[in-house]
Each structure stands twice: as structure tokens, then as C-alpha cells.
Write a protein that binds this ligand. Sequence first.
Ligand code: FAD
Ligand code: UDP
Length: 390
Amino acid sequence: MATEVDFLIVGAGFSGLVIGQRLASAGWKCVVVDRRDHLGGNAYDAPDKAGVLTHQYGPHYFRSNSQRIVDHLSQFTGWHPVDYKIKSFTDGRYWSFPINLNTFEELIGRPSTAEKFEAWLGSNRIAIDKPANSEEIILAQVGRELYEKFFKGYTIKQWKRHPRELDASVCGRIPIRTNRDDRYLRESFQALPENGYTAMFERMLDASPGLELHLGVDFSEARKRWTCRHLVYSGPIDEYFGRRFGALPYRSLRFESESFDGDSLRARKEISGKKGFWQPAMQVNYPDENVPFTRIVEIKHATGQRIDATSIVREFPKDWSEGDEPYYPVPADDSAAIYRQYAELAARESKVSFIGRLATYRYYNMDQVTGMALAEAERLLKRYGTPIPL
Ligand code: FAD
Ligand code: UDP
């Protein structure tokens, strides 16, 4: 016999837990299921074998321009402010990245000024009125030399597509500056949950007695165990519809990690510039096409964890196939055309909400899916009302 609940929510990542907490706080009975054996979706963090707090599915740098979203999450966590800084490694050396005045000085090998860099850009930029893809948006900002040095190879490795075949938003999200601001991200709020994402999600659950979590449960099993007045789905949209219009393309990743104790790190101090670290920044990008990974992440730089060890993780991009995690929807015209067919079906499902990175097939960040989950919760509360007064 299936158990009746108000909302059945598929996926215990940002999308599923944020909406579940909000609906449960209004008095609705919610069940969240996830086929993984942990909560948090791709933002899940936990100590690795060396005791280093690690983002298990690649680095997750929280950032937002929305005070409303930060305030909402702040009910469940304090914050550890971080100026996320990275470097790029090519031609046998580290470079300041994203491109800024320091990068320009490294390129020309002498001190310079913002005005001189502007003038250099002025004579290198390629005039493109409305950049239509990821190649054009970088060429239009910095010209061919810097595009080829920092963007072309990285993008081809990451997406197995030429930047010309990707939306302008993909490379366009990387800032380019003529001052010395070398932060990787543009948003006004940049911080990590002070005890990690997993701890934040656990507090969300603790704060919501009407929110029940079941791990290791796939949707196919959940729909037999629970009936609901409304379903919230944050898994891959093509999977929901049995891939009837064909599989949507996703890029996946293979992570390779390595840990170092305090003794072995001593020899790296000359390279990292900082005792107890392996590399000079939390993330180093490797844009050369002949290096098989895209980046090496040493998250301890960002978390500020005090531990006499460190871990680094190399990311090797790969195509998604059955059994892999579908990490990245591919922002391109051909995949958007397939997605539109699924979106039309989704729009006809009046008792199902599709939210999050996978169900809306969008390259969204954590704050964006949080905003989407909160907006959908408000829509559902208007539609179904609230069992207890708000
Ligand atoms: P997910 O986190 O993918 O959660 C969906 C959950 O649904 C998963 O746990 C999955 O197991 C479950 N699920 C799927 N199908 C089923 C099913 N049939 N049955 C049961 N469960 C199911 N964002 C940032 O803001 N900053 C960053 O620095 C950043 N870095 C990233 C780095 C990488 C490598 C990746 C892949 C993403 C990054 N993101 C980053 C994006 C961020 O991960 C997403 O915005 C966010 O996690 C999306 O949350 P979600 O709940 O929509 O999806
Ligand atoms: N990118 C690049 N070179 C870099 C960093 C990024 O070409 O050194 C491009 C690449 O296409 C990448 C996109 O910009 O996929 C977005 O980069 P970001 O670091 O935001 O990627 P994510 O963290 O989402 O994997």
C-alpha cells in the first residue's frame, strides 16, 4: 500500500531540499527521495580519507547577487567569506586569471597601467557586434592571442565542442578586467557555508519536522511507495519522459584525488608559496589541449580548514553515458532544440513541477536554483494554500 503525502520531491540537492523545507514549514507533509546515499546533490561535501573537507563532486563556490537568497540560506548556516582566487597554468608557468592587468604585465614582461592595457585590447579585440557564441564573446573582448592561450583549449576539453558551437554565456561568464581585481567571480556575495554544505542541509532538515528524507531511493521506486497531491522533480528531464525525443547531451567528469601529509608538503612550499599547500591557489586551470584534465582544485585554500594535510583533485571531462553523473547540461542550439520538446511535455503536467539544473536543463548556479525553488514554493503555496496559517 502506498503512503499518502502532500508533496513527493525527487532529488535532495539544493532544488529539492530548499523547496521541501519551504513547503514543510507551511505545514505540508513532504517526502524527499534521492537515489544517491547522501543528501546535497552535487554540492555534497564530506571529509576525504586524509580528513580534508572536500566537495565530492567538484568545487562549489557559493556566490550570489541576491540578498533574499542569501538571507534565506542564512537561516541554516553562517558563512565563511572567501575571495575566490584561481590561476591558469600554461607555457610552463602560472598566470593571473581571470584576465586582468596583472595578466597583461605577465604577458608583456614589464609593469603597465590600465590605460595601456585598454589600448592593447583596443588594437587586439575583434569587432563583433553581437557575439553569438563562446568564441565570439571572448574574441570581442580580448582578441585572438588571449582567447587561444586561455579559452580555446580549455573549452574544447571541457565540452568536446569548439567554442563556436557553445552559447556565448558559457565563456561569457568569466570576467575580464583591466584593473587588478583577480577574483574569479563577479557576484557581490562570495562565501562558503561555514561548516560546509552538508551541515547546512542537515540543519534545513532538522528545522522541518514535516520534511522526510529517504536516501538510496530512485523515483521509479518512490512512485510506488508514495502517492502525492503534487510531484516536484529535480532529476534529468529526458529521463522523466523515457528519453522519447532522444537523450539530451550532458558532460560528465572523472575526479582523481591525491592527498599529502605535512611532511611531503614541505617540498611544495616553493611552488605553493604557502606552508601546508600543494599549489598557489584553490584552483589552477590547465587550458592546454594536450593536458588531459581541465583543472586542479585544492579546496583547503577556500574552506580555511586547519589541518596538517591537503588534498588535490584533478578533473577529467568526459561524455555522459549510462551510469555516469550528468553534471553539465550542454548550452548549445542543438541541445536546446531537444530540450524544448521535453519542456512542451512538462508544461502539460499540471501536477508536476520541474525545477533545478537537470529538470530545466540549464547551466544554473546554486543561488539560481535556490531562487527557482523558492519561487516555485510560493507558486505552489498560492495554488494549494497552507494547512497552517503562515
Ligand atoms: P543536483 O545537485 O544535481 O541534485 C539533483 C539530485 O537529484 C541528485 O542528488 C540526484 O542523485 C537526484 N536524482 C536525479 N534523478 C533521480 C531519480 N530518478 N531518483 C532519485 N533521485 C534522483 N554552482 C555554483 O553556484 N558554484 C560553483 O562553484 C559550482 N561548481 C560546480 C562544479 C561542478 C563540477 C558542477 C557539476 C556543478 C557546479 N555548480 C556550481 C552547479 C551546482 O552543482 C548546481 O547549481 C546545483 O547543485 C543544482 O542543484 P539541483 O538540486 O538542481 O541538482
Ligand atoms: N573557461 C575557459 N578557460 C578557463 C576557465 C573557463 O575556457 O580557464 C570556459 C570553459 O568553457 C568553461 C566556462 O568558461 O566551461 C565556464 O567556466 P567555469 O570555471 O565557470 O566552469 P564551471 O565551474 O561551471 O565548470
